[in-house]
Design a protein around this ligand. Structure first.
Ligand SMILES: [Cu+2]
Length: 386
């Protein structure tokens, strides 16, 4: 409603201004004002200086933006290859920045220098091979250099030696959550198929496959520092994208195929929380939250919990209504903590067996079906019938 009112006010204001200019034109009737549409030297000078003002605006806005929003970029990378990605990104930015600063200055300077002047005629200039070669070859060489370096970095990052000692983990995407499946002692993931999804086996793991017997399914990803983790990704429904911003890793997760990415974390969660930039950032966020909490409490609502940093796996493909909230907490542990954690996790095969073993209660009408327990029972019944 408010926006409609604002629109009406703006339209009325525009109409009023237009009427005012008409009245102004009428007051000028009879005076010997220059009404010619051909630009005079004065007009051209004004246009020339406006060009310079625009150039100043471009530079001032760029510098302002760098200071104002520059600190918001992702800081220290938390993976081994992250440095390479950042270096490539920074080189690209610096190049764009230098080229933009020079070409914009030249463009606006020449537009000013050769602004219209009375009796000045444009010089007919067909072409200059040397100049054209120069401005084609320089960008071509620079771009080829960037692309070659990019390809080199990409192959380096994407290459996973099959014999390398890695931890194989499956990332399973579905609208709108992530699950992780650890390949267990054998480091091989058991086969899986969407047709096998049933009850606790929400990833459709083939429980008859010997490789599935030690698989573990979790909703919070733990990985050890300093060890290469080889992710194999599957999607249950639509296109998703596994995005680990702090590890500088991203890969599409495509239904019907397995995509891969591997990286080595170099900071544990605890270490990353202690980085000076992170301490400052978290303090700032908590300042804002504390202020907001005062407002909330005044309104009789609950205060916000203080924020603590955690690595996240996000979805970076708009995959539906709750896409924005499709995330999984990632914890980088020390090798000892990781070992301890993984040993505490229940095997999928045990979970499936337990679900199957739950005694089926006597079916006494619909009352059983309105609780979660009831839903489980339905699954068990279905599995038992298989
Ligand atoms: Cu998604």
């Amino acid at each position: 409603m408010t926006s409609l009112l604002v629109i009406i006010v703006l339209v009325l204001l525009a109409v009023a201004l237009w009427q005012l200019t008409k009245i102004f034109d009428l007051t000028q009737v009879g005076s010997n004002r220059d009404t010619s549409e051909v630009a005079t030297d004065d007009d051209n000078n004004v246009q020339g200086y406006i060009m310079f003002t625009f150039l100043a605006f471009l530079y001032i806005f760029t510098i302002y933006g760098l200071f104002k929003w520059g600190p918001l970029v992702l800081h220290t990378p938390a993976s081994e290859h992250g440095e390479d990605v950042d270096f490539l990104m920074n080189i690209t930015w610096v190049l764009i920045f230098i080229v933009q600063a020079i070409t914009q200055a030249l463009l606006h300077y020449f537009a000013f220098k050769y602004r219209g002047k009375k009796d000045q005629k444009a010089l007919y200039f067909a072409d200059n091979n040397k100049l054209e070669a120069l401005w084609s070859v320089i960008p071509a060489v620079v771009l080829a250099g960037l692309i070659l370096y990019g390809l080199y970095a990409w192959t380096n990052i994407m290459f996973v030696d099959e014999d390398e000692d890695t931890i194989v983990i499956e990332l399973y995407a579905q609208q709108f959550n992530w699950k992780a499946r650890y390949s267990g002692e054998d480091n091989v993931l058991g086969k899986a198929n969407v047709r096998l999804i049933e009850g606790v086996n929400s990833l459709g793991v083939d429980m008859a496959d010997p490789y599935s017997q030690d698989d573990i399914v979790v909703t919070e990803l733990h990985i050890p520092i300093g060890k290469k983790v080889h992710f194999k990704m599957r999607s249950q429904d639509v296109l998703h994208s596994a995005y680990f911003p702090h590890f500088r890793a991203q890969m599409n997760v495509v239904p019907g195929m397995v995509t891969e990415f591997a990286f080595t974390p170099v900071f544990t969660t605890a270490e990353y929380r202690e980085l000076p930039y992170m301490i400052e950032k978290v303090a700032h966020i908590n300042d804002l939250r504390a202020k907001k909490s005062v407002e909330l409490v005044a309104k009789g609502e609950t205060a916000l919990d203080p924020y603590a940093f955690d690595y996240l796996l996000l979805c970076n493909k708009i995959c539906g209504a709750s896409h924005y909230n499709m995330q999984m907490k990632v914890i980088v542990d020390t090798p000892e903590d990781y070992k301890k954690w993984i040993n505490e996790q229940a095997l999928l095969v045990t979970q499936v067996k337990e679900a199957n073993a739950t005694p089926v209660p006597a079916i006494d009408g619909a009352t059983k079906m309105d609780s979660t327990k009831g839903a489980d029972t339905a699954v068990v019944v279905k599995m038992a019938m298989k």
